[in-house]
Design a binder for this molecule. Structure first.
Ligand SMILES: NC(=O)C1=CN([C@@H]2O[C@H](COP(=O)(O)OP(=O)(O)OC[C@H]3O[C@@H](n4cnc5c(N)ncnc54)[C@H](O)[C@@H]3O)[C@@H](O)[C@H]2O)C=CC1
Ligand SMILES: O=C(O)CCC(=O)C(=O)O
Length: 457
């Protein structure tokens, strides 16, 4: 990047920081994209003059609302709900809902911003959005969750629609919550619309949506490894998280002949040197969905250990798949992985690596698949769920598995095209595809070209 570009980038980021005070996650996500985009548009005045990135980094709108509900003891509870509609240049806003106590506007803005690029990379006509609440379903009864979801949808329904904005699940929002939300939307509107994805198969859901994010991560990893004639078979992986993405990534990694050494939650991690095979993954899924503790794994499977309060990144491995939450892998964790000669890090979660960690890994020649590319399989199959609903059809599982595989290959190709022969390691003569740059530029170009066509709106 030239000095002039560097100075423009600095001014741009100062503006972003000033307009979004105390929104660290959002600023982090914008900065990661801006570094690559400023370089890309340096000789393209049409994008510069139209201020495309400045416009994408300002959400189209943010709806914030009060959500009142009653707990089982009759107490009135008050939470906050949001929907961030970031950009709909190439299709209706699309992205999940997160219910977790850590949810705030900064987190949802970063997720909606990332989603805009991710959805563009899928090649499907999907804009970017995200929403959620600081409500935490953990420890709540089914009735309490139902009442909360009904109250949340009683406000949200005004802002969504099959051609407007189509939410789905994310942390804390699984099939149970989607059922309650969809039931309330249908009751209020008296219309059956494919207005949410991740629905149950009995009422318009798509085969393979449940597995698609985790499986997609492993398909993307497989493509990255292929570039250097390597294969998952015989490799070891450290995986964080124990939810939808983590367990399906673990299942597919094991199915393809790899050995999964760890899974984790916010309380600690399990290390099983014998490997967490598909049967053990099924046990973890059942244990977590019934509200049980991951720590019990060590009693259930001999030879394994529970590490209270720790993260799994110091365990020796070939591959790391962070699949829990943002900024869970910091620079120290990256150094441990580098010291253990990790080959690849592929992000199942959204922005799980800090900026310093991402830079350290890439500078040291580690293949690095950013979340907006690697975890796009979930929203891609959501896009296919929308197509099925619109056509009043359900496609076969085989067809959807094949489409998912093809879409992940396509995303890999886009990243390779725009990230070829660059990246921090090039300075040391160890040139690999820079998937971060490839994903940022590939996603940006698709959205930017549509925005150019619309003029200044
Ligand atoms: N579900 C989906 O289709 C997609 C999810 N993602 C991302 O994947 C990540 C995981 O989402 P899901 O598996 O769907 O959620 P989930 O609710 O099924 O599981 C989340 C997992 O992360 C763990 N976790 C949450 N906060 C944590 C913390 N502070 N420290 C350590 N562990 C923590 C939980 O214990 C749980 O095991 C999130 O970043 C989400 O945005 C990305 C693309 C699609
Ligand atoms: O399927 C969807 O629309 C949501 C997926 C999502 O939230 C994500 O990709 O982070």
């Amino acid at each position: 990047m030239t000095d002039a570009n560097q100075s423009d980038l600095k001014t741009f980021m100062e503006g972003v920081r000033k307009r979004n005070p105390h929104q660290d996650e959002f600023v982090q996500a914008v900065e990661e994209v801006a570094e690559n985009v400023f370089d890309f548009v340096a000789d393209k005045p049409e994008y510069q003059e139209a201020e495309i990135l400045r416009r994408i980094a300002e959400p189209d709108r943010i709806v914030s609302f009060r959500v009142c509900w009653q707990d089982d003891d009759g107490n009135v509870r008050v939470e906050r709900g949001w929907r961030v509609q970031n950009n709909n240049a190439i299709g209706p806003y699309k992205g999940g809902l997160r219910f977790h106590e850590s949810v705030n506007e900064s987190v949802l803005k970063f997720l909606a911003f990332e989603q805009t690029f991710k959805n563009a990379l899928t090649g499907l006509p999907l804009g970017g959005g995200k929403g959620g609440s600081n409500f935490n379903p953990k420890g709540k009864s089914d009735r309490e969750i139902m009442r909360f979801c009904q109250s949340f949808m009683t406000e949200l329904y005004r802002h969504i629609g099959p051609d407007v904005d189509v939410p789905a699940g994310d942390i804390g929002v699984g099939p149970r919550e989607i059922g309650f939300l969809f039931g309330q939307y249908k009751r209020i509107r008296n219309e059956w619309h494919g207005v949410l994805t991740g629905k149950g198969l009995e009422y318009g859901g798509s085969p393979v949506r449940t597995e698609s994010t985790g499986y997609g991560v492993v398909y993307f990893l497989r493509e990255m490894l292929r570039e250097s004639d390597q294969d998952i078979e015989g490799m070891t992986a450290v995986i964080s998280g124990a939810g939808n993405v983590a367990t399906h990534a673990a299942e597919k990694f094991a199915e393809l002949g790899g050995k999964v050494l760890t899974l984790s939650d916010s309380k600690g991690f399990i290390h099983d040197p014998d490997g967490i095979d598909t049967e053990k993954v099924a046990w973890v899924r059942e244990q977590k969905s019934s509200g049980g503790s991951l720590a019990d794994y060590a009693d259930e499977f001999s030879g394994s250990e529970w590490h209270e309060g720790d993260k799994p990144w110091s365990v020796d491995c070939d591959i790391a798949l962070p699949c829990a939450t943002q900024n869970e892998l910091d620079e120290d964790a990256a150094k441990s992985l580098i010291d253990n000669d990790v080959i690849a890090v592929c992000e199942g979660a959204n922005m799980p690596s800090t900026a310093d960690a991402s830079h350290a890994l890439r500078s040291n020649g580690v293949l690095f698949g950013p979340g907006k590319a690697a975890n796009a399989g979930g929203v891609a199959v959501s896009g296919l769920e929308m197509s099925q609903n619109a056509g009043r059809r359900t496609w076969s599982e085989d067809r959807l598995q094949e489409e998912l595989c093809d879409i992940m290959k396509g995303i890999h190709e886009t990243c390779a095209e725009h990230g070829e022969g660059s990246g921090p390691a090039c300075e040391d003569g160890d040139c690999k595809v820079d998937y971060v740059k490839g994903a940022n530029v590939g996603g940006f170009k698709k959205v930017a070209d549509a925005m150019l066509a619309f003029g200044v709106v």
